[in-house]
Design a protein around this ligand. Structure first.
Ligand code: PLP
Length: 394
């Protein structure tokens, strides 16, 4: 008998990481798998950031950093929020963590009581629902549709609010749909929230810079939202620093203080060298990473064009992040290569085993009609992968 807590037994394994593991397994068996399942830029970390990290090692940044982050990193974060988001924070409102994932877990543990409801517009990032459940909260999914570009409307939000609603969590640009909420859409959402002053917001802006459209709006900028928004961001996506594990929040001071308290007991803070490197990343003008954003946009257009040629794929045009999220429900009930396709998981498995392409089922993101395809891969791989998918389905 395994004597585990109900907490962990009831937790779903990260579907994206599980798919990556399965793809690795098949690769080890000699199969030529193209992995489009992970949310990870395929670029190398920019040289100027590496230099900052090397300098930090030479300068002996090797002892415990302050639990909530080095003072000069917090200042760089404050400058970033001012420059990019028009948000004014003081050092006591900033907490640096081991990736935005830990920032989210801190906030959940700091704010959610058992039974509190957290509204998640679906599709949402895989970990939101599991982190909320870990904090004994109740995820309340609000289903969106491809017709509305996978975005929650103000009316849908209003209908989902109950006396138990504690928070709203969303990402824009969204993982997995690539949707970006416009300023007007966020204003409509804010108008609903103004009627409910006790609801807090987690605005996950980790894909902020990977945006091909009209630009980015932080909901904390909108009238009445600043004092109840936790703005989450990090360096994993825009700076290709996934392995450095640095994320951060700007939040009301009492929330930041609580996150700091949790971190003080759980991790003692984020790694020193990563923090020093992050100062260089955040101080740099966004123009230094523009080449990656341009490249992602090129690939998005390529992938959309190729997928549109496959019958049965329904697509929106993602304005940000590096994923497409096609609705493939037209295949449900059909038999392809002798396999009955009953759901998105069957479809993703078909692509893995018959086309040797790893994607992720939409079920993990709260949308059972779709699959997620990451285009953080080379143009050659993308062309080859979609060619194989087309062939397997024909
Ligand atoms: N938020 C979203 C929407 C993500 O897609 C990810 C990574 O996949 C994260 C947060 C976590 O980022 P980090 O690497 O900083 O923990």
């Amino acid at each position: 008998k395994e004597h585990l807590s109900e907490r962990v037994v009831n937790m779903a394994t990260s579907a994206t990481l599980a798919m990556a593991a399965k793809a690795r397994e098949l690769k080890a068996e000699g199969k030529d798998i193209i992995g489009l399942s992970l949310g990870e830029p395929d670029f190398n970390i920019p040289e100027f950031i590496k230099e900052a990290a090397k300098e930090a090692i030479d300068q002996n940044y090797s002892s415990y950093p302050p639990v909530d982050g080095y003072a000069d990193l917090k200042q760089a974060i404050i400058n970033k929020f001012k420059r990019d988001n028009n948000l004014t924070y003081t050092p006591n409102q900033i907490v640096v963590s081991t990736g935005a994932k830990q920032s989210l877990a801190n906030v959940a543990l700091a704010m959610i009581n058992p039974g509190d409801e957290v509204i998640l517009p679906a599709p949402y990032w895989v970990s939101y629902s599991e982190i909320v459940k870990l904090a004994e909260g109740i995820p309340v999914e609000v289903s969106t549709s491809i017709e509305n570009d996978f975005k929650m409307t103000a009316e849908q939000l209003e209908a989902a609010i109950t006396p138990k609603t504690k928070m709203l969590w969303y990402s824009s640009p969204c993982n997995p749909s690539g949707s970006v909420y416009s300023k007007e859409e966020l204003e409509a959402i804010a108008a609903v929230l103004r009627k409910h002053p006790d609801i807090y917001i987690v605005s996950d802006e980790i894909y902020e810079h990977i945006n091909f459209g009209e630009g980015h709006t932080s909901i904390a900028e909108i009238d009445g939202m600043y004092d109840r928004t936790i703005t989450v961001n990090g360096v994993s996506k825009a700076f290709a620093m996934t392995g450095w594990r640095i994320g951060f929040i700007g939040a009301p001071e009492f929330v930041a203080r609580a996150c700091n308290k949790i971190q003080g007991q759980v991790t003692s803070g984020a790694n020193a060298i990563g923090q020093r490197a992050t100062i260089a990343a955040l101080d740099a003008p966004v123009s230094k990473i523009q080449f990656m954003i341009d490249e992602f946009k090129k690939r998005r257009d390529l992938v959309l064009g190729l997928l549109e040629e496959i019958e049965g794929f329904k697509l929106n045009v993602p304005e940000g992040a590096f994923y497409v999220f096609p609705d493939i429900s037209s295949f449900f009930g059909k038999t392809v290569k002798g396999r009955k396709i009953n759901n998105a998981s069957d479809f993703a498995m078909l692509l893995l085993e018959e086309a040797n392409v790893a994607t992720v089922t939409g079920e993990a993101f709260g949308d059972p009609n779709c699959i997620r395809i990451s285009y953080a891969a080379s143009e050659k791989e993308l062309r080859e992968a979609i060619g194989r998918i087309k062939e397997a389905l024909s």
